[in-house]
Write a protein that binds this ligand. Structure first.
Ligand code: HEC
Length: 159
C-alpha cells in the first residue's frame, strides 16, 4: 500500500466513524427528547389530577358550608307531571319510609319530613346512602326516577 492510499482509507474511516457518531448522538437525543416528553406529560397529568381533585374537594366543602336554597323543585304551581310524580313518590313513601317517618310524614321514629330545607341533591344523597345507624340506604332499591318521585312528594309536604 503506498502512503496516499493509506491516508485515503484512513480519511474514509474517519468520515464513517464521524457519521456513525453523529447518528448515535441523534438517536440518543431522540431518546432523550422522548423521555423528557414522557416525564413532562406524566407531570402534567399528575398536576391535572391533583388540581382536579382539589377543585372537586373544594366544591364539596363550599357546597357543604353554604346554606342550601330549598327551592329546587318548589315551583309556585306544580305542573301535572309533577303531581303524577309526587303521587308515585307518596306510594313509595308509604311502602318504605312511613314506618319510621310516620304515615303522615310528620315524624315517628324518624323526624318529620315537612318543610325540608335541604337541597334535592342532599335529599337524594340521604335516600341513596342512608344515615349511619339511623336510616337504611335505599340506593340499590330505588331507581333515579324513584328518588326524584320521592323528592317530588317530600316537596309537597308544607305547613
Ligand atoms: C329505619 C327508619 C327509617 C326509614 C325506613 C327511613 N328513614 Fe329517613 N330518617 C330516619 C331517621 C332516624 C332520620 C334522622 C337521622 C338524623 O337526624 O341523624 C332520618 C332522616 C331523613 C331525612 C333527613 C331529614 C332532615 O331534616 O334532615 C330524610 C330526607 C329522610 N330521612 C327521608 C327518608 C325517606 C324518603 C325514606 C324512605 C325511602 C326514609 N327516610 C326511610 C329513619 C328512617
Amino acid at each position: 500500500m503506498d502512503s496516499s492510499a493509506f491516508f485515503l482509507s484512513a480519511g474514509e474511516q474517519d468520515i464513517s466513524a464521524l457519521s456513525c457518531f453523529s447518528e448515535r448522538i441523534r438517536a440518543e437525543m431522540k431518546a432523550q427528547i422522548k423521555q423528557i416528553t414522557l416525564v413532562l406529560a406524566t407531570a402534567l397529568g399528575l398536576f391535572g389530577m391533583v388540581f382536579g381533585l382539589l377543585f372537586v374537594l373544594q366544591l364539596e366543602t363550599v357546597a357543604d358550608s353554604m346554606p342550601e336554597p330549598a327551592t329546587d323543585m318548589v315551583a309556585s304551581t306544580p305542573t301535572p307531571a309533577m303531581e303524577i310524580q309526587a303521587k308515585a313518590g307518596a306510594t313509595l313513601f308509604r311502602q318504605n319510609c312511613a314506618h319510621c317517618h310516620g304515615d303522615d310524614a310528620k315524624g315517628d321514629e324518624g323526624p318529620s319530613l315537612y318543610d325540608l330545607t335541604r337541597s334535592d341533591a342532599r335529599i337524594a344523597r340521604i335516600i341513596n346512602e342512608g344515615i349511619k345507624g339511623e336510616m337504611p340506604k335505599f340506593g340499590s332499591k330505588f331507581s333515579e326516577a324513584d328518588i326524584q318521585s320521592l323528592i317530588a312528594f317530600l316537596r309537597t309536604l308544607k305547613g
